[in-house]
Unconditional design. Sequence first.
Length: 298
Amino acid sequence: MVPWSYEPARCIVPILRIPAWHVLPGRTAVVLGGYGGLTRPKAVRLWPHEKRIPSRPLPPEDVPSWLKHLSASTEPSPRVAVLRTDDNFAAAEWSLELARAAKERDLVVGLFFDVAVTDSLLQWYRAYASFVVVEISDRMDRCSSAAEPLLETVAAASELGYWVELATPIGGAAFPAGESLRMLAERVSRITPDIVWNLVAWPPDPDARPWQATLAIRNAMLSLAKEIRAGGLTYVYAVGMMGMVGDLEQLHCPACGSYIIDRSGDVLQYAVPYGVCEGCGYRVPGIWESEPPSKFCC
């Protein structure tokens, strides 16, 4: 049985590291629960404003005061809380308590999972969580039966009103097949063409991979992004390539082409905080600031 205070890992990362492109860009997020394969090895340098927090047992009555202390002692203070499902969904009641406490601290709450979850669990969290990030691994593009449950979860989350983004790690011995990802994108676009698809370089830091691997990942991302867009999705991004992938690090207005988010690697050059194009007034879907922040983290 999982103890009530089970919560093995915490860290603060830029929201792009979740990855979530259309959720309060330029802000930081506190990640609660196992961060799984997205955690960097200790020898790899951190992104700006990224830090690990020593874990300790955290009884439910201490969660509000801990989050208050975190906001007061961290600059800039996190605006988002993300719950990893790998560990937290084994103790859903405890995870729900974390979500409730974060919501009471006016944090935007999100869920990250790489396994399918039931509709009832998504409904349970909906009172507190606003977005979900679903990992579509490189194995699923070659096995429709593996992707099917996650696609059903994506459809259920979208129907319940969550903002939904997808993430696919790119790296390792083999890359996803472009044709298969296009077919998955066609199915996702039938749910809604506004879902964001993030292609995440693996390992996420170029210092942790050979230069030849970085070039291979770059070329794969450029090719796969074309296939995903051909499948009907508008918003496709590359994460972790440090200015090597052109407009896959930018968000342009779909209506007039104006910059809404301009990023180069780790650095956020420009962002429209409201998600409304300054050129034509087009409203980009996502979760945006209700007022401009004093400064962006990264």
